[in-house]
Design a protein around this ligand. Structure first.
Ligand SMILES: Nc1ncnc2c1ncn2[C@@H]1O[C@H](COP(=O)(O)OP(=O)(O)OP(=O)(O)O)[C@@H](O)[C@H]1O
Ligand SMILES: [Mg+2]
Length: 566
């Protein structure tokens, strides 16, 4: 029987299924298997293609760079014009050509380290900031030269005052004529003209309102030396709108470049934009400094959700500038400065505030974590109004020892008086009614018959009384509040950690350079002003009067008890 079975011819085709065999959990058809296999191969092929494209792109980039460098070298050797030859240019050339050109033809060689990193940064917006003498301004002058072979290159170099600008122009004379022998500086227009037709305009801008001088103009490179001299980001923001070019090459190279020492009237916003929470020398998506939100392409755009552009912070160190470090004289000078100055200018420390108006303010002593305030502590609301500049509203509670606890802040730009009133009412929904409300007294000013800002808010249901505008007394009262109460050994003013703007301003607001009794009004001071109005109200004495009344009442009850024997 066995033999018979073995001798039978083999059956062709699919073997019959064994009805007793266990059923597999997944049945994958042959077609499905084939489809999956094909998908796998397609994926692998795609990956290979991507890799090859990347390599090709790198090679193309290298070839382009080599071509550009070769043409620069050709010009330099033939004397048919000039070009900026940097060390990075030479590095890319074959050794034979490098030897031919020689080191003497290198007009500008960046110092290794931060200066090199600043000059090679490809991000749209870069700050080169830190120690004095690190080579920041020199690098800023050299940076736009790399596009001066292009006739459409338009550069703009800015400083705050004319004197400071003159210093930069003098330095540019040494560098620019060497790099481009035909380059001429036209004094009347304060502009460098290069043989190709490219231009770099050196100008100064002191007042925000003067930005209209740049209206309708376009630049593919904008540099601002000592950006912290601008008290607010207004000029820097406006100039970003002028950054454009119709030249295809330059469109790929639109750059904002700034330099700064730490501190200064604008130290607060520069620090917030480029330094706080950012890793140095690493690109990060640009964000709105008011909201902290990254700028991204809107929904529906092919790049939806991706960053609009990137920023970078390159920290400057004196030790990286061999031209000033060589004999140690400059370093010795910086080391002899008072501590705060030394930290800023030698160590490039952004955390120390120059000439702080409230050096006694301490995050440890004056800032507390939010907690539920007793509802019977009298409430006080104070505000400074602005539309283009921010409005600030602060809410405080007064405890029975007459200490103020600032527990909420509202800080926003571009709100009309009515909109601000709505926001205040919304914020106060669950609060006890404020006992005292005080607003910048200039909000009652009127130029015609129309309603004033204060009136508009009152009509919307938010009542106010005008503030005491005496700046010096207000500052003295803030000092008194920051000091400890001798009885409790606690400060008379505490701020909830959620009130970021008032904390930041008390910590960083500098003294005025012209009036050492007052703060520098050019720095951001809206939250400080609101606090000044708050501490200058009669309300701050209200709680203690209340307490004294309570004590008197208790005494009366006691006397009644004793007299009438209740
Ligand atoms: N790459 C360089 N090649 C030649 N000289 C350089 C270079 N970098 C800096 N220097 C020299 O160092 C000097 C100081 O540099 P620079 O004025 O740029 O410093 P800075 O960081 O702007 O200082 P400050 O913070 O005081 O403004 C320059 O005047 C220049 O002579
Ligand atoms: Mg400088």
């Amino acid at each position: 029987m066995e033999d018979k079975q073995q001798n039978q011819p083999k059956r062709r085709g699919r073997p019959k299924k064994d009805p007793n065999a266990p059923k597999s959990a997944y049945h994958i058809s042959r077609a499905e298997r084939a489809r999956r296999e094909t998908q796998k191969r397609v994926r692998a092929a795609k990956k290979r293609a991507e890799k090859t494209t990347k390599v090709a792109e790198k090679k193309r980039h290298y070839a382009r760079k080599l071509q550009q460098t070769a043409s620069k070298v050709e010009k330099a050797i033939n004397g048919t014009g000039s070009a900026v030859l940097e060390q990075s240019d030479l590095d890319i050339l074959p050794k034979s050509v490098r030897d031919l050109v020689g080191d003497s033809d290198v007009i500008f060689k960046p110092n290794p380290g931060p200066q090199e990193q600043f000059l090679s940064a490809s991000e749209r917006d870069v700050l080169y900031g830190g120690a004095a003498g690190g080579g920041k301004s020199f690098a800023l002058l050299a940076d736009p030269l790399r596009y001066c072979h292009n006739p459409n290159h338009r550069g703009l170099l800015l400083r705050r005052t004319l004197d400071e600008l003159t210093e930069l122009i003098d330095k540019s004379r040494q560098l620019y004529t060497k790099a481009f022998p035909g380059a001429k500086f036209r004094e009347s227009k304060s502009t460098w003209h290069f043989p190709s037709g490219a231009t770099i305009w050196f100008t100064y801008l002191d007042k925000d309102k003067d930005v209209t001088r740049f209206q309708g103009q376009a630049f593919n490179w904008i540099g601002i030396d000592e950006i912290t001299q601008y008290p607010t980001p207004y000029v820097w923001d406006y100039l970003r709108s002028r950054l454009r070019s119709t030249d295809p090459e330059l469109q790929q190279h639109l750059y904002m470049r700034c330099t700064a020492n730490p501190g200064g009237v604008g130290g607060w916003w520069v620090k917030k934009t480029y330094i706080d929470g950012v890793e140095p020398n690493k690109r990060y998506p640009a964000f709105d400094i008011d909201t902290g939100k990254s700028y991204v392409w809107p929904p529906g755009h092919e790049k939806a959700g991706q960053p609009l552009f990137f920023r970078k912070f390159v920290p400057a160190r004196l030790t990286d500038n061999p031209y000033l470090m060589a004999d140690g004289q400059y370093e010795a000078m910086l080391r002899s400065l008072p501590e705060v100055e030394r930290k800023r200018l030698l160590e490039g420390d952004w955390d120390v505030a120059e000439g702080a108006a409230f050096p006694e303010f301490s995050r440890v002593r004056h800032v507390v974590e939010p907690y539920d305030l007793p509802t019977n502590w009298p409430r006080i609301r104070a505000a400074d109004y602005g539309y283009a500049s921010p409005s600030c509203v602060l809410w405080g509670a007064i405890d029975w020892d007459n200490n103020i606890w600032v527990y909420r802040e509202l800080y926003a730009k571009h709100l009309t008086a009515e909109e601000l009133a709505d926001k205040i009412l919304e914020a106060e929904q669950l609060d006890p009614l404020p006992h005292y409300t005080v607003l910048d007294s200039s909000c009652w000013n009127k130029t015609g018959f129309g309603p004033s800002i204060a009136e508009t808010m009152m009509r919307a249901g938010v009542r106010w009384t005008p503030s005491d505008r005496n700046r010096l007394q207000g500052k003295m009262e803030v000092h008194r509040r920051l000091a400890d109460d001798p009885y409790t050994n606690e400060p008379r003013l505490r701020i909830f950690s959620s009130c970021q703007n008032i904390i930041k301003q008390l910590a960083g607001i500098p003294l005025s350079k012209t009036n050492s009794e007052d703060v520098d009004t050019r720095s951001e001071d809206h939250a400080y002003d609101a606090l000044r109005y708050m501490v200058m109200t009669r309300m701050s004495g209200y709680a203690s009067i209340h307490k004294q009344l309570g004590a008197i009442k208790n005494q009366v009850f006691q006397v009644q008890d004793e007299t009438f024997g209740y």
